[in-house]
Design a protein around this ligand. Structure first.
Ligand code: G4P
Length: 279
């Protein structure tokens, strides 16, 4: 399977981020806890250089807790400020404020020494499409927030969401595109559903999923399928098709429909809490 992306969008989004980055103190990058490397754009390092960086492992409700912990440690050790969040339920979202304050402690201290008190830190959310940026902003900002209008020194039209007395959030998230040079990255993004299924070979994708699960989560896979998984991925998909009643005329297995069901269940967390990358 070969994955492609659209470099046109990439340049525009990058330019938008470059413009906005000047205005902010801290970049809050959302990554998908199921694929904490593949769901990043390596350019963010350069884009956010000189700024403090927070990494939020979002959707951790769908990821393997053991590896989520390991990935958090991994990014902590690299000097990022990190937190685990489930933006959908709101779990962990409240703690993000404290993480932002920690990331900006030097700036706050510098301000204090200059006699500037209570100047809010300015943050921008960034991340690849579908990682949960809007969901997070809604959950983090909640109802209590007020939108502030244009401010002197701030590019016209920029909206800031005043979250509390400490934090202002740029209301347009920075959209980063993942890098597709590495086919493994493309595969991971396709598996979690970040690439439109219309352009993918779903049976092949489902077979890849089966192969990964056989390697990393054999017990979960077997428990979910309810049959022996020593078969080849394609044979497993066929058997699964019959089990789910996906049949074509002549009683042939409808592996395409089975692939859709399998991928849906995986993405919805029905197979279990699964992380596809290892630190
Ligand atoms: P974006 O702005 O970065 O593009 O992403 P967005 O917030 O639109 O979120 C993309 C999808 O991810 C949404 O699902 C959203 O509900 C889901 N999501 C965001 N954060 C989390 C999380 O922490 N855990 C889980 N399980 N899901 C999360 P959707 O299918 O597009 O919408 P919906 O059916 O959930 O309403």
């Amino acid at each position: 399977m070969h994955f492609q992306w659209y470099p046109g969008h990439m340049t525009k989004a990058k330019r938008m981020m470059q413009e906005n980055i000047k205005l902010i103190d801290v970049v809050i990058e959302l990554v998908d806890a199921r694929i904490p490397v593949s769901s990043r754009n390596p350019d963010i390092k350069q884009l956010a250089s000189g700024k403090k960086q927070v990494i939020l492992l979002n959707k951790y409700d769908l990821a393997d807790d053991v590896y989520t912990k390991k990935w958090k440690e991994y990014y902590d050790n690299k000097g990022y400020f990190t937190a685990l969040v489930n933006s959908k339920s709101g779990k962990g979202v409240k703690d993000v404020n404290e993480v932002i304050m920690k990331a900006c402690s030097e700036k706050i201290e510098r301000d204090r020494k200059r006699g500037i008190l209570n100047r809010p830190v300015r943050a921008m959310i960034a991340g690849i499409p579908n990682v949960g940026k809007s969901t997070f902003i809604n959950s983090f900002a909640g109802k209590a927030c007020t939108k502030t209008g244009d401010k002197p020194g701030v590019t016209k039209g920029k909206q800031w969401i005043r979250l509390n007395k400490n934090v202002e959030l740029l209301d347009t998230p920075g959209i980063l595109w993942p890098k597709f040079e590495d086919q493994k990255v493309g595969l991971n993004l396709a598996l979690i559903g970040s690439i439109s299924d219309n352009i993918l070979q779903l049976e092949e994708l489902a077979e890849e999923l089966i192969a990964v699960l056989k390697e990393y989560y054999p017990k979960l896979l077997e428990g979910y399928l309810g049959f022996d998984i020593s078969l080849k991925p394609y044979e497993i998909l066929e058997k699964y098709a019959y089990k789910r009643g996906c049949r074509l005329k002549g009683d042939e297995a409808d592996t395409n429909r089975a692939a859709i069901l399998l991928l849906d269940d995986y993405r919805g967390g029905k197979i279990g809490k699964i992380t596809l990358e290892r630190p």
